[in-house]
Design a protein around this ligand. Structure first.
Ligand code: PBG
Length: 325
């Protein structure tokens, strides 16, 4: 044994304080974006069956939730609207009196310092549940762009700090940037869902946002999970069109993509820890099969280690509490 030459990695693991000194990745409540589902109506706090402890909120009940988020040190929220009426062209998405626009105004009035991000998509607002205008069973690209730009401008007018387009039409960043600039919102950043895969991990979200496509699927606009080089092209074109942040979605099965997008772009990267990833951990922890606190913090850490600067996660409030305690 005496003549063996090897490295003693365990030297740096021998106590909690040494481990703290050499830890390469930190997470804090500042890293999180807290997702909120806002619904039209009154007195609604509706738990989503497939997402324990995640609710649809009507605006009259929203203030307590927002106060708690701020109290926990979380600095930003993203809004998903669940409107009362849907139509072919998603009119309630770009209505100045729409549910998202009202929520933005209410939140900004109560907490001006909280960064409010608006998800910009049509699928919750169209009766067919697709993210764009549909004709003869096809989701049309270019006619959808105008409506997205209108939606973004309406959200910015309501006071949104960041616009987050998620619908995966080609050119959506260019169209939205142009629309915002024309309307005098050149300082409103775009957090683009640049790399969004057609994923089975979105299932629970579609229950929460009532956005399941009524025919077909989203594979003609969201990406094939098999593709890595395409993710680079998607990120590249969004940067050229004027994106300020790049979202990679989902996160957990796509950590390689997060790393690649970060290294190649140097842009702020957001990991979207999606609904199905949340639901799986919730189900396993409710059964006592995994330790929820440990597994959530490990998972969020892994996203930052992979290169994410920011994490959009349904665990935000819990994680912020655990990191405090
Ligand atoms: C809307 C949108 C979706 C998600 C975020 N924005 C659903 C989809 O594309 O079907 C999914 C988020 C999640 O699963 O947590 N386009």
């Amino acid at each position: 044994m005496k003549d063996l030459i090897f490295q003693r990695h365990r030297r740096l693991r021998q106590s909690g304080s040494i481990r703290n000194m050499v830890r390469e990745t930190q997470i804090s409540a500042h890293d999180f974006i807290h997702p909120l589902f806002v619904v039209e109506g009154e007195n609604i706090k509706n738990e989503i069956k497939s997402m324990p402890n995640v609710y649809q909120w009507s605006l009259d009940l929203l203030n307590d939730e927002i106060d708690e988020v701020v109290e926990l040190g979380i600095q930003s929220v993203i809004l998903f609207g669940v409107p009362k009426t849907k139509d072919e062209v998603g009119s309630s998405a770009y209505d100045d009196e729409g549910i998202v626009q009202k929520a933005i105004r209410q939140i900004k009035e109560r907490h001006p310092e909280l960064t409010v991000i608006a998800d910009t998509c049509l699928c919750q607002f169209t009766d067919h549940g697709h993210c764009g205008i549909v004709k003869e069973g096809k989701v049309l690209n270019d006619p959808t762009l105008d409506l997205l730009a209108q939606t973004a401008v309406s959200q910015a007018k309501a006071g949104a700090d960041i616009i987050a387009p998620s619908n995966m039409m080609d050119g959506f960043v260019a169209a939205i940037r142009h629309g915002l600039d024309q309307a005098g919102f050149e300082d409103v950043p775009i957090m683009s869902y640049a790399v969004k895969y057609a994923s089975a991990f979105y299932g629970p979200f579609r229950d929460a946002a009532h956005s399941t496509p009524q025919f077909g699927d989203r594979k003609t606009y969201q990406m094939d999970p098999a593709n890595r080089l395409e993710a680079i092209r998607e990120a590249q074109s969004d940067i050229e069109e004027g994106a300020d942040f790049l979202i990679v979605k989902p996160a957990l099965s796509y950590l390689d993509i997060i790393r690649e997008v970060k290294d190649l772009s140097g842009y702020p990267v957001v990991a979207y820890n999606v609904s199905g990833e949340y639901a799986m951990i919730k189900a396993a922890s409710e059964n006592g099969w995994v330790d929820e606190r440990e597994i959530v913090l490990e998972k969020l850490m892994s996203m930052k280690r992979a290169g994410a600067d920011i994490i959009l996660t349904y665990h935000a409030k819990d994680a912020a509490k655990w990191l405090k305690g």
